[in-house]
Design a protein around this ligand. Structure first.
Ligand SMILES: *Cc1c(COP(=O)(O)O)cnc(C)c1O
Length: 427
């Protein structure tokens, strides 16, 4: 039987660089032929060969209510029927701004964009405009989209290829970004002591999900807040992934840390291209047309994307929504840890809200270096064996996983049973 996945990949490679429109989709890290998907429903996706999978990628985060949730689809269809876009303000944009600012008290003002990359890129420009400074600090293993100044030893796609930075980024621009170790409060303290008056912003994933899943240490978060305040730098919490995933109020709500600016994406677009950045009013008022920091977007606040986002944000506010997801993710990580232990395989796992991390290392890593030291070959073998069993995990050892409200206890049990079978044949 010929594989439609293989056929599509062969043809795509002739016209699309690497056959994919985003590098991690290419399966380079795990090897083999990427899956081409043709359909999703609830917790499941189907590939071009009609094989069904339990989906733990969730389109890299957005599908928190499952694929094709009837209410989301209905809202999208209704919005499309009224007009696909106007390039002019709409009432729906006000409604989603009100919703975001109500859920997240850290947002005094918010602006919509179309991708997480745009949100972080603009938040950095805004912080520079506000402070009149140029230097920014980021942390190794955190991914903040692919703008020049942030592709400096970036994680995610770049990490997958073992390339700490991208060709095409001018050295002069990269030089304005200082890259420090995640969870290293002392390192941050030292940087601020040396050139605190030059730092426009610190940007961080308050729960890191682009180097597998790494949780922040309390002292790290506290040091960041204290030092930014002391030195007049803008603290940007990049919640493009963790927002509406760790909990309703994201990682900053979970840990009770106050940002100056936050960035959002993924879940807030409900699967369509919508993202946002916002925060302190005095900073946001520096944006054009009010202020001198320029930012714009033809498709910003697109009514169809906003409809998907608004409906998703309505669904996640249902009572108990995050309690159930937190419980599901726990069941998953505890179950997988137990079967790995039963078969004597060095493995650990953890979760926070609806995000989980699986590690082929005896202990849960707390730093980029520890994640990099985990057994990548073992993960790749596990990934392919699980795929054969109908379980779709992220095709890289350096990505977080996601459960959605569409996953049932039976889906989690089936996943653990599949892992049990895979580990039993491991030797
Ligand atoms: C996905 C992601 C981005 C980039 O968002 P895009 O929509 O892919 O441009 C930025 N920051 C974080 C933390 C992300 O996970």
């Amino acid at each position: 039987m010929t594989s439609h996945n293989q056929e599509l990949f062969d043809q795509s490679q002739k016209l699309i660089p690497g056959g994919v429109n985003s590098p991690v989709r290419a399966f380079k890290s795990v090897g083999g032929t990427p899956l081409f998907f043709k359909r999703g429903k609830g917790a499941y996706v189907w590939d071009a060969d009609d094989k069904q999978y339990i989906d733990y990628v969730n389109s890299w985060g957005p599908m928190i209510v499952g694929h094709c949730h009837p209410e989301v689809v209905k809202a999208v269809q209704a919005a499309a029927a009224e007009g696909l876009g106007f390039g002019a303000p709409t009432a729906a944009e006000l409604e989603i701004a009100e919703t975001l600012c109500k859920i997240l008290p850290s947002l005094e003002m918010v602006r919509l964009v179309s991708s997480g990359t745009e949100a972080t890129m603009t938040a950095i420009r805004l912080a520079r405009g506000f402070t009149g400074r140029s230097r920014i600090i980021k942390f190794e293993g955190c991914y903040h989209g692919h703008s020049d100044g942030l592709l400096v030893k970036a994680g995610s796609g770049a990490l997958t290829f073992g390339q700490p930075s991208s060709s095409g980024v001018p050295a002069e621009i990269a030089a304005l970004t200082t890259v420090l170790d995640y969870n290293d409060a002392a390192g941050l303290e030292k940087a601020f002591a040396e050139y605190g008056n030059e730092i426009a912003a610190v940007i961080v994933e308050p729960v890191a999900g682009n180097m597998n899943l790494i949780l922040p240490k309390r002292e790290f978060l506290d040091a960041m807040r204290k030092l930014c305040t002391q030195h007049g730098a803008v603290l940007i919490l990049d919640e493009v992934m963790s927002g509406f995933r760790v909990g309703l109020q994201g990682a900053h709500g979970h840990y009770g840390i106050k940002p100056d600016l936050i960035t959002l994406g993924k879940v807030m677009g409900g699967g369509l291209p919508a993202a946002a950045f916002g925060g302190r009013r005095d900073i946001m008022q520096c944006l054009a047309p009010l202020g001198a920091v320029y930012q714009a977007g033809t498709l910003s606040g697109n009514p169809v994307a906003v409809a998907a986002g608004l409906t998703t944000l309505k669904l996640v506010q249902a009572p108990g929504f995050y309690d159930r997801l937190t419980q599901l993710a726990k069941q998953m990580t505890e179950g997988l840890t137990a079967v790995a232990k039963k078969h004597g395989i060095p493995f650990s796992a953890q979760s926070i809200g609806s995000m989980f991390g699986l590690y082929f290392s005896a202990n849960v890593p707390t730093s980029y270096a520890e994640v990099m030291a985990s057994d990548k070959a073992a993960f790749n073998r596990f990934f392919h064996a699980m795929l054969a069993e109908g379980v779709y995990l992220a095709p890289s050892a350096f990505e977080a996983g996601f459960v959605s409200a569409a996953h049932s206890d039976a889906d989690i049990a089936a996943t653990i049973a599949a892992a049990d079978k895979v580990f039993a044949a491991w030797k």
